[in-house]
Design a binder for this molecule. Structure first.
Ligand code: AMP
Length: 173
């Protein structure tokens, strides 16, 4: 399947200068959706994953389906103030200012073999912060997965310790 053809690029969304990668056109296509879940499943099925993490909010679409397929639990990493129980927070740098994400402390146990998932890998800042949360809770990061990788932003520099699997990679904008 040529997944690239199913991804819609919207210029200047949500603000000027951003080429937004819209995955709704992938999700609404039964064959493309199946291809995504099946591809990830094939890649991770023998890696003894025990938890799949999705990052708010578009990471929440594929990650639970993949967790179901792998027969393991799903864990959300959320924006600040959304998780109700005991949690830890990791801040990270944006182009202007900082942002943060949180995870419940009881969601990952020592020795869990964790797969993290998000829709788009851009600078890598969000995923690096997510990996730090998992490691603080004693989880072992087996892999990190994305539908789309914006390779021209060099995100792998920030994530060189991890096995990254992206279904579509863009060498230029
Ligand atoms: P980053 O931390 O720079 O890797 O950004 C990753 C997060 O921002 C992901 O959760 C993406 O959903 C979102 N994101 C960044 N750039 C784009 C883009 N060009 N199109 C769609 N989503 C994006």
């Amino acid at each position: 399947m040529n997944l690239d053809e199913k991804i819609r690029t919207i210029p200047d969304f949500p603000k000027k200068g951003i080429m937004f990668k819209d995955i709704t056109t992938v999700l609404q296509d039964a064959e493309a959706l199946k291809f995504c879940i099946d591809s990830f499943y094939e890649y991770y099925k023998d890696k003894q994953i025990t938890k799949v993490i999705g990052i708010e909010s578009r990471g929440f679409i594929i990650a639970p389906a993949l967790a179901y397929r792998l027969g393991v639990g799903f864990v959300p990493i959320r924006k600040p103030g959304k998780l109700p129980a005991e949690k830890i927070r990791q801040e990270y740098q944006l182009e202007y200012g900082t942002d943060a994400i949180e995870i419940h402390t009881d969601s990952i146990r020592n020795g869990d073999r964790v797969l993290l998932h998000d829709d788009v890998l851009a600078t890598g800042g969000t995923m690096k912060a997510a990996c730090s949360l998992v490691e603080q809770l004693g989880g072992e990061i087996v892999g990190i997965s994305f539908l789309i990788e914006l390779a021209f932003l060099n995100p792998r520099m920030k994530l060189s310790n991890y096995d990254i699997h992206s279904l579509v990679s863009y060498a230029s904008e």
